[in-house]
Design a protein around this ligand. Structure first.
Ligand SMILES: NC(=O)c1ccc[n+]([C@@H]2O[C@H](COP(=O)([O-])OP(=O)(O)OC[C@H]3O[C@@H](n4cnc5c(N)ncnc54)[C@H](O)[C@@H]3O)[C@@H](O)[C@H]2O)c1
Length: 357
């Protein structure tokens, strides 16, 4: 029998409290949270109330350097501007890392984080929780039946009436300040759209064209649309913080039909049959904590640690998501010019982790 893995949380804000922690506490056989670092005194006090015996720190560095350090991994849930530095400090101390999306605000940082994980022989795992939404799992099951055949077109629409808010006790609007967020809705949310598109189209894109909107006139964009070209087809993503409704709508078009998703509803339409199969997979889309999606994500992180899968497929998806976001911003600044993406095969950490693994 394995002992529970001990973990620390960096940044005890909205998603750590409402999404990550309940899933850890529901599985004491898997995890014990022993430490929390947060700049904000109210958040540290809350952590002490919610987590039995937890030690709290104001600074992540102090938590990592503490003589009482008693954890094997760090769960990074600060704003994105801090993710890279905390990951490097954790790898330097031999810790595994579970990191919220976007894993970094530049592709250079993302590459160096993955390379460091491989060199340190420690797991880097992104918090790609949309893969764990029941409705997304249903899409995967339908794809696996082979009924719609190979997918050549994916559309992903994410409608939000406002930007997501952080905890009221720190800076609830940090997503509108580039210094913390690295960008607007594309940096905040497009990772989810992109890792789903990578899965559904079975590869990584070769180029992107994009357009951004700044309707609120703030530091970061509130509307984003892009078309990414893949070897197998096309992904079109539209994301807005100015929508009239909160909703996700996805469509996947294949050789023999299509799968359509609208929040919890899934439709499978097949050419020539005239029938549409409808089903529902309750996914609690209106709850921004997505608390029900984290237990299986955290179990995958544990599996990666136990199988020495230091830089696995999801980490590489995270890197390519950041590359795509950055290249989309370049395209938008250049009047939606098509921008070529780096070839995925040149990833040095894959070779390195295989060579040392
Ligand atoms: N996967 C998802 O569905 C999902 C949902 C929401 C947020 N997120 C991600 O989680 C991260 C946090 O978002 P949030 O909405 O919880 O934000 P938040 O503002 O609610 O929480 C951030 C916390 O980090 C603390 N903090 C900030 N800088 C720090 C530092 N240098 N050291 C220690 N603590 C620090 C703040 O005091 C705050 O408590 C972001 O990367 C965001 O994109 C993911």
């Amino acid at each position: 029998m394995h002992q529970p893995l001990k973990g620390a949380i960096a940044g005890f804000g909205f998603i750590a409290e409402r999404g990550h922690l309940p899933a850890y506490l529901a599985h004491p056989e898997r995890f014990t949270i022993t430490a929390v670092a947060d700049l904000c005194p109210a958040r540290r006090a809350l952590a002490q109330r919610l987590i039995p015996g937890v030690r709290v720190y104001q600074q992540v560095d102090a938590m990592l350097a503490s003589a009482q350090r008693d954890f094997d991994f760090i769960d990074i849930a600060t704003p994105p501007s801090e993710h890279a530095a905390i990951s490097h400090a954790a790898f330097d101390r031999g810790l595994h890392v579970l990191c919220e999306k976007p894993i970094s605000t530049t592709d250079e940082d993302a590459r160096s984080m993955l390379a460091h994980a491989a060199a340190a022989r420690r797991v880097f795992f992104p918090s790609h929780n949309y893969r764990h939404a029941p409705v997304v799992k249903r899409v995967r099951e339908l794809l696996d039946t082979g009924k719609v055949g190979k997918i050549h077109l994916v559309t992903l629409q994410t409608f939000r009436p406002t930007h997501a808010k952080g905890t009221a006790e720190w800076r609830p609007d940090w997503r509108r300040t580039r210094r913390y967020s690295g960008g607007g809705i594309a940096m905040d949310h497009a990772s989810h759209s992109f890792y789903l598109a990578f899965d559904w189209l079975g590869g990584y894109p070769t180029s992107v064209t994009a357009h951004v909107e700044h309707r609120a006139g703030l530091d970061t964009e509130d509307g984003f649309s892009c078309t990414a070209t893949f070897p197998s087809g096309t992904a079109i993503a539209n994301l807005t913080w100015n929508a009239g409704v909160r909703k996700v709508m996805y469509s996947l078009h294949g050789e023999h039909g299509a799968i359509m998703v609208e929040d919890d509803e899934v439709q499978l339409a097949l050419h020539g049959t005239g029938t549409v199969e409808r089903s529902t997979a309750a996914s609690d889309w209106m709850d921004a904590s997505h608390v029900g999606w984290f237990a299986t994500l955290q179990a995958e992180f544990l599996d990666a640690i136990r199988s020495d899968d230091y830089v696995g497929r999801q980490a590489i998806d995270a890197l390519h998501s950041i590359e795509l976001i950055q290249s989309a911003y370049v395209s938008a600044r250049a009047g939606s010019r098509e921008i070529a993406l780096p070839a995925p095969a040149s990833a040095p950490w894959v070779v390195r982790s295989m060579a040392t693994g």
